[in-house]
Design a protein around this ligand. Structure first.
Ligand SMILES: CC[C@H](C(=O)O)C(=O)SCCNC(=O)CCNC(=O)[C@H](O)C(C)(C)COP(=O)(O)OP(=O)(O)OC[C@H]1O[C@@H](n2cnc3c(N)ncnc32)[C@H](O)[C@@H]1OP(=O)(O)O
Ligand SMILES: [Co+2]
Length: 134
């Protein structure tokens, strides 16, 4: 069911500083920062030959990554995103298998303008999993 690794996300306290590290020391191609108010984050994407790194900074008072950063003040690996062909079929299969789909269970439009869902880390080896329909 899951396909390519679309991105690995790193939550950071300051996305501009993190972007400068990737652009400078690591010599990567880095996007501009994009506020994503519906998701409570500001994102920067680092383009790699085979996938992307998503840098995330909290946006607003109820950011879903705020608590993660309290526990990891320097930042840390936050989630992985796998591609799926049909997000509704994937959701229904995951729910049938007893996995917890976060939020109201309805896909939201993510940073790439595609539908995304998140799955509870406790059901996936302690890793927050995002699925994105491509
Ligand atoms: C613009 C969209 C963009 C895209 O790619 O398109 C994005 O990726 S947006 C990314 C930000 N949005 C989200 O992360 C939405 C889904 N996340 C959530 O709903 C929350 O972060 C949640 C529920 C996973 C955790 O929320 P919170 O930290 O407030 O809850 P708890 O402290 O109760 O955590 C429960 C339990 O899970 C552990 N945890 C939390 N976050 C992670 C994580 N990133 N990876 C692994 N484990 C995580 C936490 O430590 C708790 O475990 P416990 O043993 O009970 O302490
Ligand atoms: Co993501």
């Amino acid at each position: 069911m899951i396909g390519k690794l679309n991105h690995v996300a790193i939550a950071v306290p300051n996305v501009a500083a993190a972007a400068a590290v990737y652009r400078g020391a690591l010599g990567a191609t880095v996007s501009e920062a994009t506020p994503q108010p519906d998701h409570g984050v500001t994102t920067v994407f680092v383009e790699l030959p085979n996938t992307k790194i998503e840098l995330l900074e909290p946006l607003g008072d109820n950011s879903p990554i705020a608590k993660f950063l309290e526990k990891n003040p320097s930042g840390g690996m936050h989630h992985v995103c796998y591609e799926v062909e049909d997000i509704y079929a994937a959701r229904d299969r995951l729910k049938a298998e007893g996995a917890r789909v976060l939020g109201d269970g309805e896909p939201k439009i993510g940073a790439h303008g595609k539908p995304v869902l998140f799955l509870h880390p406790k059901d996936f080896c302690g890793t927050l999993v995002e699925i994105e329909q491509v």
